[in-house]
Design a binder for this molecule. Structure first.
Ligand SMILES: Cc1cc2nc3c(=O)[nH]c(=O)nc-3n(C[C@H](O)[C@H](O)[C@H](O)COP(=O)(O)OP(=O)(O)OC[C@H]3O[C@@H](n4cnc5c(N)ncnc54)[C@H](O)[C@@H]3O)c2cc1C
Length: 286
C-alpha cells in the first residue's frame, strides 16, 4: 500500500480537477490529483460538445449564469496560455416553425437578464446570408457571436501537463473508495493508496455525490443522463461557419451542429434522459 501526504487532494482529473490543480499549483502547496481512470481527461470532459458557451440561455440569477457569463471572456487568454485551439465561431439559433419563431423575443430577453447583450434577431434572409447551406425551412434566427469551440481533450491534457510541470502529482488507477475526517485533515483510501491531506476538493463529476457521501453529506444528488454523438469525417460536410442550435436552446441544444474543427470534423448529438446509477439520495429513499 503506497502512502502519500499532501496539502490538497483533488479527487477527479476531468476539466474541473485539472483546472483547479493548475490554478492551485500557482501557490506553494503540495497537491495530489487522484483519478479512478488510467489517464487524465475525465468522464464528461472527454465526451462533451466542445462548446464554450456565452451563457445567453442559462437560467438567470443562477450560479451557472454567473460562472458561464463571467468565464466566457477568459477563454481566449486561457487557451493561448495552454497553446490549444480556440475559435470564436459564433452560433445561430434557428427557428423552424411559427411556434419556435414566437419564442425568439423571449430568448433575447433572457439573454439580456444574463447580461449577454450582443445577440441579434435575424430574418431568414439574414440567416441564409450568414450560412448559405441552411435549410429553406428556417424562418428566423438569433445570432450569438461569442459562442466558441475548443478541443476538450487537449484542454484537460494541457491543464494537467501545466499543473504537473508546477509540481502537482497525478495518481491514476486510483479510485477513492473511502474518505474520512482524520485529525484536522482527511484520509482518502483507494485499493492501492492511502492519502492524507489537509484539504480535499471534490471534482469527481457525476460521482461527486459518492465522494461527499463518504463524509455523510447527502445534499446533492447527481442526475446521470446519456447522450450520443455522431462524430465522423464521413458525415456530409456542410459549408457551415459556426454552430447551430435549434430553438428553444435548453431543450434542443442537444440537437446541435458543430463546424469542422477537430480531427473528426463534425458532430451531432441527441439526448436520452436515462439515469445509469441511483444517487445516494435515491438509494436512501429506496
Ligand atoms: C454530452 C455532453 C455535452 C456537453 N457539452 C458541453 C459543452 O458543449 N460545453 C460545456 O461547457 N460543457 C458541456 N458539457 C458539460 C461538461 O462536459 C461538464 O460540465 C464537465 O466536463 C465536467 O467536468 P468534471 O471535471 O466536473 O467531470 P468529469 O469530466 O466527469 O471528471 C470527473 C472525474 O472524476 C473521476 N472520479 C469519479 N469518481 C472517482 C473516485 N471515486 N475516485 C477517483 N476519481 C473519481 C472520474 O474518473 C473523472 O475522471 C457537456 C456534457 C455532456 C455529457
Amino acid at each position: 500500500m503506497d502512502k502519500y501526504q499532501a496539502d490538497v487532494l483533488i479527487v477527479g482529473a476531468g476539466a474541473v480537477g485539472a483546472a483547479l490543480a493548475r490554478e492551485l499549483s500557482k501557490h506553494s502547496l503540495d497537491i495530489i490529483v487522484a483519478d479512478r481512470l488510467n489517464d487524465v481527461g475525465g468522464d464528461a470532459s472527454k465526451s462533451n460538445s466542445a462548446i464554450v458557451h456565452t451563457g445567453f440561455d442559462a437560467p438567470p440569477g443562477t450560479l451557472e449564469s454567473e460562472m458561464v457569463v463571467g468565464s466566457n471572456p477568459m477563454w481566449d487568454r486561457l487557451c493561448g496560455e495552454l497553446d490549444i485551439p480556440f475559435k470564436r465561431v459564433g452560433a445561430i439559433l434557428v427557428a423552424l416553425n411559427e411556434q419556435e419563431e414566437a419564442e425568439l423575443p423571449g430568448i433575447m430577453a433572457k439573454a439580456r437578464k444574463n447580461r449577454v447583450y450582443d445577440l441579434d434577431l435575424l430574418t431568414s434572409a439574414q440567416v441564409r446570408n450568414m450560412e448559405s447551406d441552411v435549410s429553406d425551412a428556417v424562418r428566423a434566427g438569433i445570432s450569438v457571436p461569442r459562442e466558441s469551440i475548443t478541443d476538450p481533450f487537449l484542454l484537460v491534457v494541457a491543464l494537467a501537463e501545466n499543473a504537473c510541470a508546477n509540481g502537482v502529482r497525478f495518481l491514476v488507477d486510483c479510485e477513492i473508495n473511502n474518505l474520512t475526517a482524520d485529525g484536522g485533515g482527511y484520509l482518502a483510501e483507494s485499493d492501492s493508496a492511502r492519502i492524507r491531506a489537509r484539504y480535499v476538493v471534490n471534482a469527481a463529476g457525476l460521482f461527486s455525490d459518492r465522494i461527499s457521501g463518504f463524509l455523510g453529506i447527502h445534499d446533492s444528488g447527481c442526475i446521470r443522463a446519456e447522450d450520443s454523438f455522431i462524430s465522423s469525417t464521413a458525415l456530409p460536410r456542410f459549408a457551415c461557419n459556426g454552430l447551430f442550435f435549434q430553438c428553444p436552446p435548453r431543450l434542443r441544444r442537444a440537437s446541435c451542429w458543430l463546424p469542422p474543427f477537430m480531427a473528426t470534423g463534425s458532430a451531432g448529438q441527441r439526448r436520452r434522459n436515462s439515469k445509469t446509477r441511483p444517487t445516494p439520495n435515491e438509494q436512501a429513499r429506496a
